[in-house]
Every structure is written in structure tokens, then in C-alpha cells.
Design a protein around this ligand. Sequence first.
Ligand SMILES: Nc1ncnc2c1ncn2[C@@H]1O[C@H](COP(=O)(O)OP(=O)(O)OP(=O)(O)O)[C@@H](O)[C@H]1O
Ligand SMILES: [Mg+2]
Length: 339
Amino acid sequence: MVRRVTTPQRSDERFRLAIEAAPTGMMLVDREGRIALVNTEVEKLFGYPRAELMGMSVDMLVPERFRASHPTTRTNFFESPAARPMGAGRDLFGLRKDGTEMPIEIGLNPLETPEGWFVLSSIVDITERQRAAEHMARSLREKETLLREIHHQVKNNLQVISSLLRLQSSRVEDPRWAALLEESQARVDAIALVHERLYLADDVARVDFSSYLEELARNLSSAFADARVVIVVHAGGAELPVDCAISCGLVVNELLTNALKHAFTDGRSGRVAVRASRQAEAVEIEVEDDGVGIEDNPTGDGMGLTLIKALARQLGGAFSLGRSSVCGTIGRLSFAVPS
Ligand SMILES: Nc1ncnc2c1ncn2[C@@H]1O[C@H](COP(=O)(O)OP(=O)(O)OP(=O)(O)O)[C@@H](O)[C@H]1O
Ligand SMILES: [Mg+2]
């Protein structure tokens, strides 16, 4: 928008007062780059007294390394005068009288007067703003480093617990007890994996659930070492916050373990599909096998189903388990996460 200042004297005085009262540096510059008017803020910003600034070339306020191109920039501006920020996307600097520089933000407004075209610039020293932004970015980086370190530490501690369980299971003679300890170890491993993924990831607060599930499936598959059963994971790009990821990881761990343990008992070969999807806030996780199929009235829940139901309640979600369309078993967990 181009402003016109036409009425003489009184409006001239008002204009001067308005400029003086502005909270930012205000400077009027003619087509040749001569300073025609400044307010006290500009004097303070650049360290020149007003008398020295009046008539001075505005180029003197531009650091030497940018000075040569400044007249061309000015000419271009007057060729298509329009209100806009100066140097959008570039860092701008102002040169003070004492030779020091400051980062500045400049707004340009063309002004047509009876004496010809001028540009009215508003100038803000953004040193403090930049310092605050840098401080914020540094704090954020430190917080991320700290979180990463904590995830690393938690993962290491869980691995120690996992190793202790493995050691203990190897010393137990009754295979049923050994199996219980191994299952406990797998649960600890499933949690440790969330922390491992988090300290390795760019985002320390959200887990890439697809790669998590792939690794979980790989680990369980090698633990069961049953080449007859293939595990396939479909998880798109589902991402989950840490606490949900741990609960979901444990649920998938139980469902997958059950499929590997109970679905292919008659020597058959088969397939287990693990699916996870997230549509805005709605998360759905399924584990489906084409094995023998769950009994219609199982005698009761073991540790697995008890744990799954408790976790589903904790997530505020719903869990169902039943016969799947491929004649095996399908377990489905659905819940909502805040986006
Ligand atoms: N995918 C499946 N295929 C066939 N039967 C299943 C399947 N999943 C669960 N079941 C049946 O449901 C029962 C309960 O499962 P749950 O996980 O609660 O206990 P578990 O696996 O027997 O023992 P635990 O989980 O404590 O090691 C199982 O014993 C099994 O009979
Ligand atoms: Mg189980």
C-alpha cells in the first residue's frame, strides 16, 4: 500500500509526532538514500545524534560487506514500491557509529509526498530476540541429550535384568520354570527395545512403531527358532508416544508369543500377521495367525491375557480375542492417543 502525505504544515507536524512516538526505530529516506527524518529510537539504535543522521547516506548504517549492493536494492524498491519486510529470509545487520553491528529487522513502507518518493523504514534491534531463541534451542538440545541419555541408561538396566533372568532360567532344571523365566525375559526385552529405539531416534519422545514391531517380531522369531512360522509386520508409519508404545509393545509381545506357542502345536506351518495403524487419534493393533484357532471356551486366562486386559484398561481401549477369518486366532487392541 502506498501512503500519500498531501496536506501541508499541520499534518506534517502530526506525521513527525507519530514517527517520534513509535516504539521502534523509524527513518524516512529519499530515493537517493539520504536520511530525511529519524526518531529518538534510531539515535539510540545506531549511536548517532539526530543532527548527524539528517542528510547522511543510509548506506553508512549498513555494514561495509553489504554496502555495495544497497543502492541497487533501494532502486529496485522504488521501481515497484510496496510495503514489505526487507531482505525476507536473510539476516540483516545494522552498523552503529562505534563500528559494532546488531541484527535488525526492517519493515519498508513507500511514501509519496509533494517532494517525491520516500521510504519509511521501521527498524527493530533483534539481538535479544535472537539470544532468547538461541537459548531456547540450546535448552531444547540439552533436554534431548538428557532424555537420550536416560533412555540409554534405562535400556542398559533392563538388559541387565534380562541377562539375570536368562542366567537364572539356564540354572533351573524344571523346563516349566525355565519357560516362565524366559517369558519374563522376553517381556523385559520388549520394554528395553522401546528405550533402545528412542535413544537411537531423532525424536526422543515418539517411537516409530513399525520398525519397533519389526524388531520385536525378529527377536521373538529367533527366540522360538521355528522356521515353519513366518511373521509379517504391516505398520505403515505409525508413531506412538513412549508410554503407549511400551504398553502396546507388551500387548504385541504377548499375542505374538501366544501365536508362536499355541497356534502351531500340531506341527503345521503358517503365518502370523502383525498389523498396526494410526488414523489421527485412533490406534488399532492386530495379531492374526492361521493356526489351530483359539478354543471357544478356554479354561482361563494365563499371565498373557491377564496382562493384555490390564494394559488395554490402562490405555482406556478395547481388546478382543477370537477366531479369525483365516481359521486361526485374531487379537485386536484399539485405543485413542492424543494427537
Ligand atoms: N494364538 C492362539 N492360538 C491358539 N490358542 C491360543 C492363542 N492365544 C491364546 N490361546 C489360548 O489362550 C490361553 C490363554 O493365553 P495366555 O497368554 O493368557 O496364557 P498362556 O499363554 O497359556 O500362559 P502365559 O501367557 O502365562 O505364558 C492359552 O493357554 C491358549 O490355550
Ligand atoms: Mg501367553
